[in-house]
Design a protein around this ligand. Structure first.
Ligand SMILES: [Fe+2]
Length: 229
């Protein structure tokens, strides 16, 4: 097993176990977020349960991305509150997909332009869902959810923010979101090895991804790579 594959396996290991449907759902956030406001919140449990029932693969992806985002965020000079916001935003970044019709969300085909128009509504849908929790941090976290598909060259959505107009938390989220999307199994393709995924992400630096955040992620991977398994 290559070092990068071992790293990917380690990431899987730290992903919280998926709760069974016979037990209460709970939102598990990374230990790095210990200073964040309490996540013992029924509204979050409802959101997580709803996303899991709508699309278990998306819910699992959000759980992994939350873990990765907290790990990367701790190396990107984010304070405790920002880390907590980031972990929560990552956990629910795709919750707006609850509102995407089956014909688009679960399509087993390449999406057409009109399908993408629908799919691109999920950040704003997620923003509205998280605001409905009425949590103390709802405004901050919902803003991060809204902007998780912005791109540093301004080609992202929904607002076409560019560079540092995009919150740092979102630039962190973009890197780990893309990494998990490539390295996890999808119905239509096998998981990409971590090294190949990093090459692919490197091609998106300066367009979709922030160069500094990507460099931190690369260094983080190389350090983890050196650890014994
Ligand atoms: Fe998304």
């Amino acid at each position: 097993m290559s070092a990068m594959r071992r790293f990917a396996a380690r990431l899987r290991f730290v992903t919280p176990a998926r709760p069974t449907h016979t037990a209460p759902m709970s939102v598990v956030l990374p230990a790095a977020c210990a200073g964040a406001p309490s996540v013992d919140d029924a509204a979050l449990d409802v959101l997580a349960a709803a996303l899991d029932q709508r699309d278990p693969d998306t819910d699992a992806h959000c759980g992994r991305v939350s873990q990765l985002a907290a790990l990367l965020g701790t190396h990107c000079d984010l304070g405790p509150q920002a880390l907590g916001d980031l972990a929560l935003a990552a956990r629910f970044h795709d919750v707006g997909k609850i509102g995407i019709p089956d014909g688009v969300l679960l399509a087993n085909r390449a999406l057409e332009a009109r399908d993408w128009d629908v799919m691109r509504t999920h950040p704003a849908r997620g923003e509205r869902l998280f605001l409905a929790t009425a949590r103390e941090d709802a405004t901050r976290v919902a803003r991060l959810i809204r902007h998780h598909h912005e791109a540093v060259d301004g080609s992202g959505y929904p607002d076409g923010l560019r560079g540092t107009q995009i919150p740092l938390e979102c630039r962190v989220l973009s890197v780990v979101d893309a990494f998990d999307a490539l390295t996890s199994r999808r119905p239509y393709r096998a998981p990409m090895p971590a090294r190949a995924a990093m090459r692919r992400l490197g091609e998106a630096v300066g367009h979709q991804l922030d160069a500094d955040v990507f460099a931190v992620f690369e260094r983080l991977l190389s350090r983890v790579q050196a650890l014994p398994v």
